[in-house]
Design a protein around this ligand. Structure first.
Ligand code: SF4
Ligand code: SF4
Length: 392
């Protein structure tokens, strides 16, 4: 599909202060997010153009137990801005936190679309099964009563944010409200609608835009196998590498240069945050590349350790990112990647490299250079943590 400049799209972009050059650049980075070569940028551009010219695809944005942080995150997207996404790319027939319609009108619009089927369901928040479903009531009844039909009749479900993926913080231990993720709910109800999981707390709006384009306008809706999802139903193009792989502080990690206390000289020097709890080595997302808030910065760059909100464990109770990673600012003396557990002193040689052979050479080189024996005094830290009653 070739991209030819189109008047309607150009006016739309110009009205939002987006130049054609910026738009094509954005298409290139969206192609990368979708795991395509940047040369696919014209196809992305043509797809967005098609969205402007052709009848809009229906979508249903359903909120479960949530803080609406993912909605807020979407409101911060700037290219295209949220109005473009919501009003021009999608025909969102129901979006209870921002739609104008209320009460019976809103519920009637939702019921019509569900009866017709074939829409994309975007689900934000945790599915609340506790108290016989009364943990979350919508329009006078438990939400879980309507969800089987809503999910069953959808052409695809995009679970946005960690809460929708595996229950997130809402489902953290002891989880009295019985929070679970969308995939688990679908499995329990034998619903076979494809689910795309986009964790993090909140979701990164650029990933949602990329998925909307992929699912609705690049043909993935007809064949979702082209999305190339991992074992947790996350797109590999976004969740295929660790934070640590692309972190700008990685050099300090390998040199054994760590921040051990906030407010220290080491912090001012921008050293690695592993020793104050960074979960970057075991968290798979491209946050350092895509960044946040209009690509201004991201957690580690702004001085906060990654707390692992991109982890996902949709089908294992107690395995969500809060249960696995809290307390957040305590360091893990063991690094967990799936069933594999290793120690900080070897992780620089073992995590995040492209090939095992290359890693072995790298590890030997690090050892020979004396770097792997240096770094933070872990045993002293362990004693301090024990006194504070923390650490893992
Ligand atoms: S441990 Fe965290 S701060 Fe250190 S290099 Fe890895 S991702 Fe960056
Ligand atoms: S850097 Fe870590 S804590 Fe921050 S958004 Fe990404 S996965 Fe979540």
């Amino acid at each position: 599909m070739a991209y030819e400049e189109n008047g309607a799209l150009q006016s739309l972009l110009a009205a939002r202060g987006v130049t054609r050059r910026d738009f094509l650049k954005w298409c290139g980075s969206t192609a990368a997010l979708l795991g395509m070569a940047e040369s696919f940028a014209p196809q992305i551009a043509a797809a967005v153009e098609g969205a402007v010219l052709q009848p809009q695809a229906p979508a249903l944005w359903i909120n479960g137990g949530a803080c609406t942080g993912c909605t807020e995150s979407m409101a911060q997207v700037d290219t295209p801005d949220v109005a473009t996404i919501v009003l021009d790319l999608l025909s969102v027939n129901y979006f209870e936190t921002i739609m104008m319609a209320q009460g019976e009108d809103a519920e009637a619009a939702k019921a019509d679309l569900v009866a017709k089927g074939g829409y994309v369901c975007i689900y934000e928040g945790t599915v609340m099964t506790g108290f016989e479903g009364n943990a979350l009531r919508v329009a006078g009844k438990p939400q879980v009563e309507e969800l089987p039909e809503v999910f069953e009749n959808a052409a695809a479900i995009v679970a946005v944010g960690s809460c929708a993926v595996d229950g997130g913080w809402v489902a953290a231990n002891p989880n009295p409200a019985g929070g679970i993720g969308v995939l688990e709910f679908c499995k329990e109800h034998n619903i076979e609608t494809p689910v795309v999981n986009l964790p993090t707390c909140p979701v990164n709006p650029e990933w949602v835009v990329a998925m909307v384009i992929d699912v609705l306008y690049l043909g993935a809706l007809e064949d979702l196998s082209v999305l190339d999802l991992d074992e947790f139903n996350r797109p590999k193009g976004i969740f295929g590498q660790t934070i640590h792989d692309n972190c700008s502080r990685r050099g300090h990690f390998e040199n054994g240069e760590f921040v051990t206390e906030f407010g220290s000289v080491e912090e001012a020097k921008g050293y690695c945050l592993y020793a104050v709890g960074c979960k970057g080595p075991q968290t798979f997302t491209n946050c350092p590349i895509v960044r946040w808030n209009g690509r201004a910065s991201w957690c580690v760059e702004s001085g906060a350790p990654c707390i692992g909100c991109g982890s996902a464990n949709p089908l294992e109770a107690g395995g969500n990112w809060v249960d696995v990673n809290a307390p957040f600012l305590n360091r893990h003396r063991d690094i967990h990647v799936g069933d594999w557990v290793t120690q900080p002193t070897v992780v620089g040689a073992a995590v995040g490299a492209a090939a095992v052979a290359a890693l072995a050479v790298h590890g030997v080189g690090m050892k020979a250079a004396g770097r792997m024996d240096g770094g933070a005094p872990y045993e002293e830290m362990k004693e301090r943590d024990a006194k504070k009653g923390g650490g893992k």
